[in-house]
Write a protein that binds this ligand. Structure first.
Ligand SMILES: *[C@@H]1O[C@H](CO)[C@@H](O)[C@H](O)[C@H]1NC(C)=O
Ligand SMILES: *[C@@H]1O[C@H](CO)[C@@H](O)[C@H](O)[C@H]1NC(C)=O
Ligand SMILES: *[C@@H]1O[C@H](CO)[C@@H](O)[C@H](O)[C@H]1NC(C)=O
Ligand SMILES: *[C@@H]1O[C@H](CO)[C@@H](O)[C@H](O)[C@H]1NC(C)=O
Ligand SMILES: *[C@@H]1O[C@H](CO)[C@@H](O)[C@H](O)[C@H]1NC(C)=O
Ligand SMILES: *[C@@H]1O[C@H](CO)[C@@H](O)[C@H](O)[C@H]1NC(C)=O
Length: 928
């Protein structure tokens, strides 16, 4: 949890830097170490850079550009990085560093240029690095180092030149005044000459693997030049015996010497001179010392450490170490010893004894006699079958004993009396098949017991009794079954166990039924329990399996073939913080329930990867308000909804890679949240893939565009305002080009309303007039002089004429309405002028309404002039379309008027029915 919050801190800082410093994070990682507040660590490792990346934040203190493909460093590459303290450019292809290219780095303390292709160190290369203390040039192609190259580096403490091609000590520049450590190993040196004291303070000198043939020229003007050296490594050189003596004269103060893998070298004689000096520690590994004679270490009474690894040692004598009275550490690992041959009793100061990787089969009671100071004993990877209790009789101070990878068949009786201070015992990978009662009775101090990788099937009651301080016990990879644990006394007498690992055994249950004796009921202090990966599958966790573990915090129950958990499983373990159920088969929707988790609301981290999980809905009511890490990768989850996430208010890290996500709007909330929220890190979000819909299968979930899913108020505003604009445009357009049509429509509408009103109120059968004559003023003479006298006078029809019969003071439109509805027919006398008149057209329209509305055709059109179709109003054309036509044409002058008048009279008098209309229509329509 601490880590994750640290992570967020880092993230936040990154963002800040991006904003303020314009540094792109796409390649390098920025990291904010807490100890240097305000100072940055920038990691640009393995990014295939071909030159120093830029720009880098000016407050970078530690920059790692290792493992790239940079060829050269030029002036200005580090121009803004004057705060840099540590710079790692190792593992690049640098062959050239321009003069003064590094001179901006005045504060640099550590420079790592190892594993490049640098051939020369010129005087100007390291110019300006006044604070440099560590310089790594190892594994380059260095042949020459110019004499004054290090002249300005007054703070230089360590130079690592290992694995180069420096062949002459004259190539080593002078003026190394402050230098403490020099590693010149793996250079093909032939000459080592010092005419002046160029390393006055040198403490550590590594000259291993330098002289492949004899050192032809080793000359040091003054023997005191190198007497500050405390640590000297001359391993893997070809040094003649007499030469070595001579060389050693220059290192009078060496305390720690490594002489591994020397050729042509006689240990006996060498130690005569070497041991008489200040030497305290010597490594003599890989030197083929198959027999340790009794004379060999005679001069080495002062020796503290002796390392004899890998020498094919097969014989040691009682007297071999007799003179090493002050020896505290003896390592003879990786040799061919079969017994200890009572050789060690003479080393009462021994604290560390390492005999691992030999062929020891038996330990005698006297083998560790007198080793009362021994703290660490390493006997792993031998062939030991049993150990008697007497072996430990003097090892009262032994703290750590590693006996893993032997052939121990039993520990019965081995630890009956001690060692009483033993804290760490490793018996992994032996052949133990049973642990008898009181096996570890005397180990009161033991804290860690490793018994993994044995054949343990039987654990007797009180097997671990006496281990009152035991905290960690490892019983993994044995043959333990549920029967082994049936007796609760198996763990009796070890009340303080904190961590128990019984993974990878054969424990298996057939149901969730309560156990008569829950196996861990005595382990009330247990914090961590691992039962994962039982070889036959645990299959069921009995409902009271964890009973007694009231302090259990961490439970590993992965890979157990569990299909569901009883709701009471965790009702005994209220202090849970971590639960691992990975790799089970929880495909069933009820495999995990909210109730199961309710008792363990302190749960912090849960791992549910590879469980075939289909939904996280159980989390909603699980009350896991403390969960910070949820791992559910590789499952069949399709949807993550808001309720699930909101039920986990403390969630910091979420792993959901490799699920069956549905990429549609049902997941839109999750997709947005995962990308945008700044509280929970959704790990590897960019790798989440869609499974559904199939058309998007394999596509990136994060790339799914959720915008179409959201009700976007901006968008609505936009659409709304655009609509208004468009509407306004349309209206203006209509008004401008279709004004008259609109006005018609308006009156048509009024007529429609009127018509409705009249329909309700009036009786249509009694008409006040036979016909309303609608005409344009220009036709008035003809109407008054010809039409009216004929129709009223001769035919006795009652006509309605607007100048005569319209009510004065009433609105024209109302008068028109009244007149039309009071007349059986409306006769329109159509001329060009008539069509241009608003009111006249209106009369046609209202009459038309009666046609549509009452199914009565009350309109009689009399064309007084020939009028082309396109000049007719839309209403007129409409009438034409519905083919309800009643038209008359005025006879031309000279034609017979009587037929016309007769037709007109008939048209006025007919009731409105289909047959009548036939008569009236005639062939006059052709003229229209
Ligand atoms: C940074 O990384 C991107 C890919 O993430 C790559 O295309 C680009 O070349 C890298 N920049 C450098 C300088 O290597
Ligand atoms: C020098 O570098 C090598 C790795 O190249 C390392 O093993 C060795 O310990 C270094 N020497 C010193 C004195 O740090
Ligand atoms: C053990 O020591 C005895 C004499 O001290 C010697 O004869 C014998 O060879 C030694 N055995 C081994 C295996 O070193
Ligand atoms: C051996 O070590 C002890 C301390 O452990 C010291 O007092 C004694 O002087 C040492 N012996 C020699 C010969 O230096
Ligand atoms: C080692 O212990 C034995 C008794 O087991 C004793 O006789 C002997 O003197 C001791 N040797 C040394 C060097 O302390
Ligand atoms: C849970 O742990 C706390 C301390 O971390 C302890 O005080 C409490 O007693 C424990 N609860 C139970 C039920 O043991």
């Amino acid at each position: 949890m601490r880590q994750s919050s640290a992570f967020f801190f880092i993230l936040n800082c990154c963002v800040l830097i991006t904003l303020t410093d314009g540094f792109s994070l796409s390649n390098c990682t920025i990291y904010f170490p807490f100890e240097y507040s305000g100072h940055l660590k920038v990691l640009c490792s393995r990014m295939s850079y071909r030159k120093i990346p830029s720009p880098l934040p000016h407050n970078t203190v530690n920059l790692d550009i290792s493992y790239n493909a940079i060829h050269q460093i030029v002036e200005g590459d580090f121009i803004r990085l004057s705060n840099l303290i540590i710079l790692n450019i190792s593992h690049n292809r640098i062959s050239e560093i321009h003069s003064n290219a590094l001179s901006d780095l005045a504060n640099l303390e550590e420079l790592n240029l190892s594993n490049n292709k640098i051939k020369t160190v010129t005087t100007k290369l390291l110019n300006g690095l006044t604070n440099l203390s560590h310089l790594r040039l190892d594994s380059n192609y260095l042949e020459t180092i110019e004499n004054q190259s290090f002249a300005t580096l007054s703070n230089l403490r360590l130079v690592n030149l290992t694995n180069n091609k420096v062949f002459n000590s004259r190539d080593i520049p002078s003026a190394f005044f402050g230098l403490k450590k020099l590693d010149l190993s793996m250079n093909p040196l032939t000459v080592f000459k010092m005419m002046e004291n160029i390393f006055p303070g040198l403490e550590y000198l590594d000259l291993s693997s330098c002289f492949h043939s004899n050192i032809s020229d080793w000359f040091i003007l003054d023997k005191a030049f190198l007497n500050t050296v405390k640590t000297l490594n001359l391993s893997r050189n070809h040094i003649e015996e007499n030469q070595l003596d001579y060389i050693m004269q220059s290192f009078a103060s060496v305390t720690w010497m490594v002489l591994d893998g020397l050729k042509g070298f006689k240990v006996d004689t060498f130690l005569q001179t070497a041991c008489s000096s200040s030497l305290r520690s010597i490594h003599l590994e890989d030197n083929n010392l198959s027999v340790l004679t009794d004379r060999m270490f005679r001069p080495c009474a002062l020796l503290n450490d002796l390392h004899l690894q890998n020498n094919r040692v097969s014989r040691m004598y009682k007297s071999s170490f007799k003179h090493l009275v002050n020896l505290t550490e003896l390592r003879i690992q990786k040799n061919l010893l079969t017994q200890l041959n009572d050789t060690l009793q003479v080393l009462p100061n021994l604290r560390v004894l390492d005999f691992h990787l030999n062929s020891i089969e038996n330990l005698d009671c006297s083998d560790f006699a007198n080793l009362t100071q021994l703290r660490q004993l390493y006997l792993h990877r031998n062939r030991i079958v049993t150990i008697k209790a007497c072996v430990f009789k003097d090892l009262g101070n032994l703290e750590e004993f590693i006996l893993s990878s032997n052939r121990m068949l039993t520990v019965r009786g081995t630890f009956t009396y001690g060692p009483q201070n033993l804290q760490y015992l490793d018996l992994n990978n032996n052949k133990l098949s049973a642990i008898q009662n009181d096996s570890f009775k005397a180990l009161h101090s033991l804290r860690t017991l490793h018994l993994a990788d044995n054949q343990i099937l039987n654990i007797y009651p009180y097997a671990f009794a006496g281990l009152i301080n035991l905290a960690d016990m490892y019983l993994g990879s044995n043959k333990i079954t549920e029967r082994t644990l049936r007796n609760r006394a198996v763990f009796a007498g070890t009340p303080n166990i904190r961590s128990l690992d019984v993974c990878c055994n054969y424990i298996s249950y057939e149901s969730q039924e309560e156990l008569q004796s829950p196996p861990f009921i005595l382990l009330s202090e247990l914090r961590v329990l691992k039962i994962n990966s039982q070889r036959r599958g645990l299959n069921y966790i009995p409902s009271n399996f964890l009973k007694g573990l009231k302090n259990l915090q961490v439970f590993y129950a992965g890979n157990l073939n569990i299909e569901n958990l009883h709701v009471d499983t965790f009702s005994y373990t209220l202090n849970f913080t971590f639960l691992d159920l990975a790799s089970n088969n929880l495909a069933n929707r009820n495999a995990l329930t909210s109730r199961l988790f309710q008792p363990i609301s302190g749960l912090n981290k849960i791992t549910l990867g590879r469980t075939h999980l289909q939904s996280l809905d159980f989390l909603v009511d699980a009350n896991l308000s403390n969960l910070t890490i949820l791992r559910a990768s590789t499952n069949d989850l399709q949807l993550i909804n808001q309720t699930i996430i909101q039920s986990l208010p403390q969630l910091k890290v979420l792993h959901l890679q490799n699920n069956s996500f549905t990429c549609d709007c049902s997941n839109a909330w999750f997709i947005d949240w995962a990308a945008r929220n700044n509280k929970t890190q959704v790990v590897y979000l960019d790798k989440y893939e869609c499974r559904y819909p199939l058309s998007l299968s394999g596509k990136s979930l994060a790339a799914f565009n959720t915008e179409s899913c959201n009700v976007n108020y901006d968008c609505i505003c936009f659409i709304y305002s655009s609509s208004i604009v468009i509407l306004t445009l349309v209206i203006s357009f209509i008004y401008h080009f279709l004004k008259w049509q609109l006005v018609y429509a308006y009156y048509l509408f009024l007529a429609f309303l009127n018509d409705k009103k009249r329909k309700r109120t009036s009786n249509h059968l009694d008409f006040q007039y036979d016909a309303l004559i609608s005409y344009n003023a220009q036709e008035e003479p003809w109407v008054l002089e010809e039409l009216v006298p004929k129709l009223e006078g001769q035919h006795g029809l009652r006509l309605c004429l607007h100048h005569r019969d319209f009510q004065p003071g009433k609105a024209i439109i109302d008068n028109i309405m009244d007149a039309i509805y009071k007349s059986r027919k409306t006769i329109c006398l159509i001329t060009h002028n008539y069509l241009k008149s608003i009111w006249c057209s209106h009369e046609i329209q209202v009459a038309s309404f009666r046609l549509f509305d009452e199914q009565k055709d009350v309109l009689v059109l009399v064309f007084l002039e020939d009028i082309p179709t396109h000049q007719l109003s839309p209403y007129y054309r409409m009438r034409k379309l519905v083919k309800k036509r009643t038209y008359l044409r005025r006879p031309k002058p000279g034609e017979d008027n009587r037929a016309f008048r007769q037709k007109l009279k008939m048209a006025i008098e007919t009731k409105e029915n289909m047959e009548d209309r036939q008569i009236l229509s005639g062939k006059d329509e052709d003229h229209v």
